[in-house]
Design a protein around this ligand. Structure first.
Ligand SMILES: Cc1ncc(COP(=O)(O)O)c(C=O)c1O
Length: 421
């Protein structure tokens, strides 16, 4: 029972929040919020590096990193400082005017990654949408496909967000059911299957782009076989189809290289970035492409009120510099190797498969052993936070700043929970 004073404060506006228990916060969420997402029952109040704290002061290792967003660690001091500085200086003008950080970020990213131009947006799904728009424009104006016929092919199992275009591309019924009608001229092909891709390209000369993830994150960390990315590049070049690589999740050091395409040294025609592009400080995404493609969007054909804001651009610039200067791709690669080596020792009747590269990993748990959700609840009780993908795949994607001691602490929690020790 709440004391009278507490009950009063509960009803009396903003101070009341200090008196809500975690349970009450969760109940209020359930009552007033949308139900489109089911959070793990823990109320977080603070983050620092690889750690999160709940309302009761319990500390957790974060093995989710906001779905591979907080690559730089929570509240990285450099990001906090840049955020503070820019917030007090200039946050938003829209792209109605020039601001210095816009070109500064574009110059840095294009020189670092090797495309002519960068177009900033906000969320990953807007990055994907921009890439599809670019490829359709290119289809009509460069490839000369007849009006209305341009077709974009997506890989089965893809995930690039929740907009109507993204769910039209999805093969996951949870994502697309009862949201039709869907975007026309979106086609699908099995992932990691070059023969099917070539057949598709041969059948339809109106295909303008193939959009795929170099590792499928949300599908449960599906790593394609070696040579797939080179095969995609070769086929796209052969059939004059644009290759769009969605590196919203895999990009920016997560898999142990700057980009996941670097594993095969390949260069797509359009690259989409998001998530870690701002280290979770502010939503920033964007696409990179060369002039022939990017300049198909002329003035007035695309835009976003917030995309390219001085605040977002300053944060993104710092976020990428941190990844580079702290050599977080190397750390992801080294820590990923330890994670894989250690977790591959778990018995096959419990862990059916370890998938991943660098610090983007998934543990496929045998359903007869336990439900993925229940495992995540137990991990939480032991001080480690993550979530399952598709029920039985435990995501392992800590901030890339994690050191060996912290990683080993996480590994020992995972082993303890899975082995019921
Ligand atoms: C590969 C990929 N692309 C796009 C998105 C969508 O990003 P956002 O949720 O920021 O729109 C995601 C989100 O998980 C993703 O994993």
């Amino acid at each position: 029972m709440l004391a009278i004073g507490q009950r009063f404060l509960l009803r009396s506006g903003k101070d009341s929040r200090r008196f809500l228990s975690s349970q009450q916060i969760i109940q209020r969420d359930d009552k007033y919020g949308g139900r489109h997402f089911k959070p793990l029952p823990v109320v977080l109040t603070k983050g620092d590096g690889v750690h999160l704290w709940d309302k009761e002061g319990n500390r957790y290792l974060d093995f989710l990193a906001g779905f591979s967003t907080v690559n730089q660690g929570h509240c990285h001091p450099r990001l906090v400082q840049v955020m503070r500085e820019q917030v007090g200086k200039l946050t938003h003008t829209a792209r109605a005017f020039y601001t210095e950080p816009h070109g500064e970020l574009a110059e840095y990213l294009t020189k670092l990654l090797g495309w002519n131009r960068f177009l900033p947006m906000n969320t990953g799904v807007e990055g994907g949408d921009t890439a599809v728009k670019l490829s359709r424009r290119w289809a009509y104006r460069v490839k000369k496909i007849a009006s209305g016929k341009a077709t974009v092919v997506f890989a089965n199992g893809n995930f690039w967000g929740r907009s109507l275009a993204a769910l039209s591309a999805s093969t996951d019924p949870m994502c697309f059911t009862d949201f039709g009608p869907y975007m026309p001229q979106f086609d699908k092909v099995p992932y990691n299957d070059l023969e099917s891709l070539e057949m598709k390209f041969k059948e339809n000369p109106n295909i303008c782009a193939f959009m795929m993830e170099p590792i499928q994150g949300e599908a449960g960390v599906i790593v394609p076989r070696d040579g797939y990315l080179k095969g995609v590049r070769d086929l796209c070049s052969k059939y004059n189809v644009l290759w769009i690589a969605d590196e919203v999740q895999t990009g920016l050091c997560r898999t142990g290289k700057r980009l996941a395409i670097d594993y095969e040294g390949q260069r797509p025609d359009i690259l989409i970035l998001g998530k870690a592009l701002s280290g979770g400080m502010y939503p920033v995404s964007g696409v990179l492409a060369d002039d022939e493609i990017m300049l198909c969007l002329e003035t007035g054909s695309h835009g976003s009120t917030f995309g390219g804001s001085p605040l977002g651009n300053r944060i993104a610039l710092e976020a990428v510099k941190i990844l580079e200067e702290e050599k977080l791709a190397d750390n992801a690669s080294n820590m990923g190797r330890i994670l894989e080596k250690e977790l591959k020792t778990l018995p096959a009747e419990i862990v059916k498969e370890y998938r991943g590269r660098g610090l983007l990993a998934g543990l496929v748990i045998n359903k007869e052993h336990a439900e993925g959700w229940d495992i995540c609840l137990k991990l939480k009780d032991h001080g480690l936070l993550t979530r399952p993908a598709h029920g039985q795949i435990i995501r392992l994607s800590p901030p890339l700043t994690i050191n060996e001691e912290q990683l080993r602490e996480g590994i020992s929690i995972i082993k303890k929970v899975l082995l019921n020790k």
